[in-house]
Ligand binder design. Structure first.
Ligand code: SF4
Ligand SMILES: [Zn+2]
Length: 329
């Protein structure tokens, strides 16, 4: 069993962990929570993504403004773009209208809300019909949700749609010691049960996996990304997104100062993506946002970023990038 980086500094009990994680938010910014309008999404965009059938399709993503997620996951910084109160009924449909009026057409849509779409204090259930009505032009609807909130609300929302529903859940890692320390507030069994509930009800599953979460050595990061991919596909995932872990939310920055976290190397993300694509059990997407921070060589970074981008779209492994400067081969 690989070892993990464990010290006594990080609280062992959930209540103390919640407090510790929230207390360290102030480390990154005194005005960390952004001022948001409940009738405006905080971001909206269209980008290409490989679809389940091999096509590359335009996908709209709307980042909805809503009440903060009730969990306190160690690495989460999504609270920055949330409100402290539930939005009024009608606000979420208004946000969708606002974004769609400003974006080109797309085939699929992600409604990401910095938490759980099926959290009734985040997205009022009274708005489900109005939301569904605005999604009729899209062939796939992707929302995110904590596994403990995958329940009958998902089915009520699914029944209002005229297209396929996909739910994204954060698995993060299956490392038996690191997993509980991420403060996800659930067990791997609960994750698997939520995945089975989706599968039994004809709802597709997308899984988020952290590459090298806190408390993990670089040498072990690839192994655990691979085991997490295995677990995700065992749970029926149709797509797995590999996210290199970043500091920046306060708590992870403190762990970095204590030597309990450092970002993964680009090579680790590349190897994890290669492993996942070679499995051919579902789509594998490497998260490329702010990728340069994981690179140690400016000479080959553009080619390596382009390679991963193409691998994401084509869902095939490309030859590695060689580099005379850093010796990559
Ligand atoms: S469940 Fe998701 S949004 Fe909520 S704290 Fe955890 S990572 Fe953040
Ligand atoms: Zn190089």
């Amino acid at each position: 069993m690989p070892t993990v980086l464990l010290t006594d500094a990080y609280p062992k009990q959930k209540t103390q962990r919640d407090q510790w994680i929230v207390a360290h938010r102030a480390r990154v910014d005194q005005t960390a929570r952004h001022q948001l309008d409940p009738f405006r999404p905080y971001e909206w965009l269209v980008e290409e993504e490989a679809a389940h059938n091999g096509e590359v399709v335009p996908v709209t993503t709307i980042f909805l403004t809503n009440r903060e997620c009730p969990w306190r996951c160690l690495m989460c910084d999504l609270w920055r773009n949330t409100l402290t109160e539930t939005v009024p009924v009608g606000a979420i449909p208004a946000q969708i209208d606002f974004a769609l009026q400003r974006l080109p057409p797309a085939r699929q849509i992600k409604l990401y809300n910095s938490g759980s779409f099926f959290d009734q204090r985040a997205i009022p259930t009274q708005d489900y019909p109005a939301i569904a009505q605005r999604l009729r032009a899209f062939e796939r609807i992707i929302v995110e949700c904590h596994p403990l909130l995958v329940n009958d609300a998902c089915l009520r929302f699914r029944d209002l749609l005229n297209s396929k529903l996909e739910v994204a859940m954060g698995l993060e890692t299956v490392h038996p010691e690191v997993w509980p320390r991420l403060n996800k507030g659930m067990t791997l069994d609960q994750f698997a049960r939520a995945a089975a509930h989706l599968r039994d009800n004809d709802i597709a599953l997308r899984v988020f996996i952290l590459v090298k979460p806190p408390f993990m050595e670089e040498a072990e990061a690839l192994y655990w990304a691979q085991r997490s991919l295995d677990f995700a596909f065992d749970c029926g995932a149709t797509v797995a997104a590999l996210i290199p872990t970043r500091a920046g939310n306060g708590a992870v920055d403190v762990l970095a100062e204590r030597g309990e976290f450092s970002p993964p190397r680009l090579e680790t993300l590349e190897a994890a993506a290669t492993y996942g694509l070679d499995l051919k059990r579902g789509r594998v997407l490497a998260d490329l946002w702010d990728l340069e921070r994981f690179s140690s060589c400016a000479a080959c970074f553009p080619a390596r970023q382009a390679r991963l981008h193409t691998m994401n779209l084509q869902q095939t492994v490309l030859p590695p990038v060689g580099c005379a400067v850093c010796g990559a081969s």
